[in-house]
Design a protein around this ligand. Sequence first.
Ligand SMILES: [Zn+2]
Length: 292
Amino acid sequence: MAWFKKVRKPIEPQANKESRVPEGLWVKCPSCGEVIYNKDLAATLSVCPKCAHHFRIGAVERLKMIFDGDWVEYDRDLRSNDPLGFVDTKPYRKRLEATIASTGMKDAVICATGRIEGIETSVAAMEYTFIGGSMGVVVGEKITRAIERAIERKLPVVIVSSSGGARMMEGALSLMQMAKISGALARLSRARLPYISVLTDPTTGGVTASFAMLGDVNVAEPKALIGFAGPRVIEQTIRQKLPEGFQRSEFLLERGMLDMIVDRREMKAAIARVLRFGLPSPAAEPSALVES
Ligand SMILES: [Zn+2]
């Protein structure tokens, strides 16, 4: 028997802090523990009424929240053809089929035009439940087209990010989307049209490293995880505990990475305010401003 024994501390269990809106009648807020009736949560745009925790929401809910009413969706049927014939734990083709069946979407972004407080805008909203909101060829192409559509029709652009980054199943082709979208945004900027980037929980990887950080104004939701590599990956690499609030919106705002943090319940008004400020006067026709 050994005299001294090195007691190995078990690895701290990962607290289950991921926020989602589960199905069922009641939802427990992962932040304050408040039990909330599902319908009440819908009324507050999936923000906890007690502590203002922002639950993750899908692309359709997001568009409903931003637009005044109906919107026109584009490129709805674009879908990936698995260019690399990629297989991990299961073939990418199978994974795509299953995700398309479960989400009813063909890929991880919805691109639409509609009015925000009367201002016609081209909006792209990402869907996190579609393979982690990852950006493959289809997401890249759809967002690029949404920007080009805006240039053609002289509209401002809003992109709501919610993404784990580039889609590894499409390898380098995913990474090329970063350059493609950034190029389109440069053309938008040359056309003097504003682009607002809305960063929600989580916005990481190649999405942060390209269009999510290129907004004329970068707006984030409170306490959103925003970074390049996730905190868990960094912790495992440097073997150190990261400071409290690392890679959260508030931390990034303080260091100049973001322009503002806006509560979801005030997001639409804030976007409209920035759009009115950023649009050249002929594009913001008086008719568009007077409405409401
Ligand atoms: Zn709460």
